[in-house]
Design a protein around this ligand. Structure first.
Ligand code: PEP
Length: 249
């Protein structure tokens, strides 16, 4: 039985006020008994979020991390520092990082390994562009992104990884993949993982991301291979994010 995970990625958004609003809302919320929830605010809000959410089941995640432990890398943040702040998850390979900061598969792998090295649970993000989908390359692109990383991990490391399927054309566009489109790709990812290890594939947590909101979450989450969501825009609205969490029960 896979425990669903709803993860809220604030990207470069939010405020101290929003952190407090989440703390208050989740302190009072009735969440499904079997559900993991995590919030990924920008680095400057992590410590305040840890305090605001201390009495709630909500865990913290980091949107990125540097592959190195320390050194002369102005502006960067290491996994060890995040761990010290109580962070438990780290994204690797978000399409905005791949596109805007030119992180290729190797850079994604380095970040994922850095997360694993300090016992942060990595969330590997994968997904095709609209051009790739239109050229019928979705499966090839997504399985390449998954395979590049998975083939380079030890079996024990593979079991730590959560995968988020986020079609690039659905991120921040209001254009959600249909439940059938998402299910098709996510079933292919699980099948691919089964080529390493069937037990790994059965236990793998797969999140859908791409304009998930309070209205479409329940239908997406009812698909057999969708075990949760990586939520961007709707995670900035407390009530919407709570409603998505509630529909994951
Ligand atoms: C994301 O940032 O990972 C995301 C899925 O964003 P949105 O929900 O806004 O599409």
């Amino acid at each position: 039985m896979r425990v669903p995970l709803i993860a809220g990625n604030w990207k470069m958004n939010g405020s101290a006020e929003l952190v407090d609003a989440f703390g208050r809302a989740f302190a009072d919320a009735q969440l499904p008994a079997s559900l993991d929830v995590a919030l990924f605010p920008p680095f400057p809000y992590l410590d305040a979020a840890r305090r605001a959410l201390a009495e709630t089941p909500v865990k913290l995640g980091a949107q990125t991390l540097n592959p190195l432990a320390s050194g002369a890398h102005t502006g960067e943040v290491s996994g060890g520092m995040l761990k010290e702040l109580g962070v438990e998850y780290a994204l690797a390979g978000h399409s905005e990082r791949r596109q805007l900061y030119r992180e290729d598969d190797e850079a994604v792998l380095d970040r994922l390994l850095a997360a694993l090295s300090v016992s942060l649970t990595p969330v590997l993000c994968v997904g095709e562009t609209l051009e790739e989908r239109d050229a019928n390359r979705t499966r090839d692109v997504v399985l390449r992104q998954v395979g590049y990383v998975m083939a380079r991990l030890e079996p024990v490391q593979r079991r730590q990884v959560i995968i988020a399927y986020e079609p690039v054309w659905a991120i921040g566009t209001g254009r959600t993949a249909t439940p059938e489109q998402a299910q098709e790709v996510m079933a292919a990812i699980r099948e691919y993982q089964a080529s390493f290890d069937r037990e790994l594939a059965d236990g793998l947590r797969l999140l859908y991301g791409g304009s998930m909101n309070a209205s479409n979450a329940a239908e997406l989450l009812s698909q057999p291979d969708i075990d949760g969501g990586l939520v961007g825009g709707a995670s900035l609205k407390v009530d919407d994010f709570l409603a998505i969490c509630q529909s994951a029960g």
